[in-house]
Design a protein around this ligand. Structure first.
Ligand SMILES: Cc1cc2nc3c(=O)[nH]c(=O)nc-3n(C[C@H](O)[C@H](O)[C@H](O)COP(=O)(O)OP(=O)(O)OC[C@H]3O[C@@H](n4cnc5c(N)ncnc54)[C@H](O)[C@@H]3O)c2cc1C
Length: 614
């Protein structure tokens, strides 16, 4: 092929390779160094870990903290809470494992300089809610990144990982990864004994509310591009609960978070006529999901459902009643600081729309769906559980190891464990790092080896969009429509439209059914046929091209899972119109998928949900 084969290849040797330097990745780097003093720990990040990932802009609260030192909550309580919120389906072993260690992570954050608000009388951390503590968190990410930088042997910033490499001596064992520098275009071959995937969740799978020039404004970070799912899927790792996409109530147009408002400022919602509407929908929800509606707190998806029903009944918009709380100057300060620490854009949107929450109750909206594993949702890879706690069928090796040997994960990458948030994702990274060190030490002389042909072939594939563009652009003189290549943005919009219209996006009121999903899969396969013709005019667009590849594969996985689960388990997240009720007899289980990279086919199965905690 000639044109790009002269690109320089950089070979990097490591014992543990961490893909993604967000919260999970930083935790993995820190703990890998703690247990593996002499090991080579390498972090590779497509941005710069200083300000990368979902916490880039900062946070105002740490949403997962037990407070065991003051006997505020115990790990078992958190498992019950997450189980309740996810309508019964969580990996209790994984959740418990995070909950029992998460406080120690938060205490380290404070030692490293994170300002945590304190109650002046008790000296305890100030609570926003039962699980949340309040922080001055504009610099949360740089503080955590500093610890990771000091722990890692080397951090490669600006390198996007596109594929994992498999061992040529033993099937189903990872041996490293490849990617390219988004700055100088060098090709990277990482050889590693263990790999930890911590590449975050997925936005821009479904069409966002804001399109055109506003399309970068989404709730989850726009750079969360599904690599955490696509990388393991590509090598045949089993995935779980990928149908469990999340939809969030947020302040309209700015996606400003509502947690501090509900929990700390004690604001509440009402319909356009000033009525509290949630109780109106109690009987119909009970009819759909049974006793789950009586759980406290009411599961997130069911509250979403009531909101959506009220809008459909013509009594929208739904508003957050802020006028009362903002009459108190202290609460007003908290309300604004909440945005300044994490979503400045919401304050700007309000200013541009003449909304002063002291005078006007702002509108709320239900977001488009996102795929992730660390919020009130639990999509991700199927992982082995902790040795001392997981039931035997949840254990096949090392803690947080996927179904591919040597391949670990944390944060949004790992499925079945909701409500980890920033602190829980970091903690899960620590757990994965510790287990990966043990895995590497146990390998002895049985080291994985990469196959030169495999990475050389991938090198050609990875840079192909640049070549497509270089050749194809000669056929056009102006504009962006080419007869022979597809730009990443065009492919992304096509993907979002398919997912929106067939798999339960906002365009169908989150509704789908078997014929829609089947057609969605057909259209996705046609999109996949066109992806080898992506054209990129720069390294930045090359990154966009590979983000699209990852999003498309993850979307296919989401669609397969949604098709497989023949019930509506989470009304308010999505609806299977042909199976409109929750069905605990047949579907109180996890859904698992495995992609066959050779045939391109998906195998689906059920796995039991073990309730370990009463
Ligand atoms: C708007 C918003 C508000 C939130 N609010 C809170 C809150 O109030 N409290 C709280 O505790 N938590 C909150 N969270 C959740 C928290 O941010 C996440 O749970 C956590 O960041 C997940 O960690 P992670 O490591 O899985 O992903 P991330 O932290 O997103 O890290 C993923 C990293 O992988 C990198 N990456 C992705 N693909 C590749 C690739 N192919 N190659 C190399 N690198 C790659 C990314 O650049 C990123 O740095 C919020 C998140 C968002 C988006």
């Amino acid at each position: 092929m000639g044109l790009f084969t002269t690109r320089k290849t950089v070979f990097v040797e490591s014992d543990i390779l961490i893909i993604g330097g967000g919260f999970g990745g930083c935790g993995a780097a820190y703990e890998s160094r703690y247990w593996g003093r002499d090991l080579k720990v390498v972090v590779v990040e497509k941005a710069n870990i200083e300000r990368s990932g979902a916490v880039a802009q900062g946070l105002y609260a740490i949403n997962c903290y037990m407070g065991m030192q003051w006997d505020e909550n115990q790990p078992e309580d958190h498992v019950r809470y997450a189980r309740n919120d996810l309508m019964g389906l969580v990996r209790e072993d994984l959740g418990y494992d995070i909950a029992r260690h998460v406080d120690s992570s938060v205490h380290m954050f404070e030692e490293w300089g994170l300002p945590i608000m304190k109650d002046e009388e008790t000296g305890r951390y100030k609570r926003e809610g039962k699980w949340q503590i309040m922080i001055h968190g504009e610099s949360y990410k740089p503080i955590i990144a500093e610890a990771a930088r000091k722990a890692a042997t080397k951090v490669y910033n600006w390198v996007m990982v596109t594929h994992l490499l498999m061992d040529k001596t033993r099937p189903n064992r990872v041996a490293g990864a490849v990617g390219f520098s988004v700055r100088d275009g060098k090709f990277y071959v990482f050889r590693s004994k263990a790999v930890i995937v911590t590449a975050g969740g997925a936005s821009h799978i479904f069409k966002p509310h804001s399109v055109g020039e506003g399309m970068g404004r989404t709730w989850y970070a726009p750079w969360s591009s599904a690599s955490a799912y696509a990388l393991p899927i590509q090598v045949g790792a089993k995935m779980t609960q990928m149908e469990n996409r999340i939809v969030l109530t947020r302040f309209k147009d700015g996606y400003g978070p509502v947690g501090a408002y509900f929990l700390h400022l004690k604001t509440y919602t009402e319909n356009a006529y000033g009525d509290n509407y949630e109780a109106t929908w109690y009987d119909s929800i009970k009819e759909m999901v049974g006793d789950y509606v009586d759980k406290q707190p009411v599961p997130t998806c069911l509250r979403n459902h009531a909101f959506l029903q009220e809008i459909k009944a013509g009594r929208g918009p739904i508003r957050m009643v802020t006028k009362e709380a903002f009459a108190d100057p202290d609460k007003e300060t908290v309300g604004w600081e909440n945005f300044l620490g994490m979503t400045i854009g919401q304050a700007v949107v309000w200013a541009s729309q003449n909304i002063d929450p002291k005078e006007t109750n702002p509108e709320l909206i239900m977001s488009e769906p996102y795929v992730m594993g660390s919020h009130a949702t639990c999509s991700g890879a199927w992982a082995s559980g902790p040795e001392d706690y997981a039931p035997s069928d949840y254990q096949w090796g090392y803690n947080r190891m996927m179904t591919v040997d040597g391949l670990f994960g944390a944060g949004d990458a790992i499925g079945g464990t909701a409500h980890k948030f920033s602190s829980g994702s970091f903690t899960e990274g620590r757990l994965a790092g510790k287990a990966a060190v043990r895995y590497v030490n146990d390998l002895g002389n049985d080291q994985p080896r990469v196959d030169e042909t495999e990475y050389e072939d991938l090198k050609t594939i990875i840079y192909q969009p640049l070549e497509n563009y270089k050749v194809g652009r000669n056929e056009i003189v102006a504009g962006t429509v080419s007869p022979s290549y597809l730009l990443p943005i065009q492919g992304l919009q096509r993907l979002e439209k398919i997912m929106d219209e067939y798999v339960g996006g906002t365009g169908t009121n989150y509704l789908t059914n078997e014929p829609m999903l089947t057609r969605g899969l057909e259209l996705l396969s046609m999109l996949k046929e066109d992806l080898p013709h992506l054209g990129a005019d720069s390294l930045h667009q090359l990154m966009r091209a590979w983000e699209l590849q990852h999003r498309t594969l993850a979307s296919e996985c989401v669609t397969q899972h949604t098709l497989f689960r023949e019930e509506t388990r989470w009304p308010g997240y999505y609806y299977r119109a042909d199976h409109p009720k929750l069905d605990d007899i047949d579907w109180h289980c996890f859904t698992l998928s495995r992609y066959n990279p050779e045939s391109g086919e998906w195998a689906m199965e059920k796995a039991p949900v073990h309730h370990i905690i009463d």
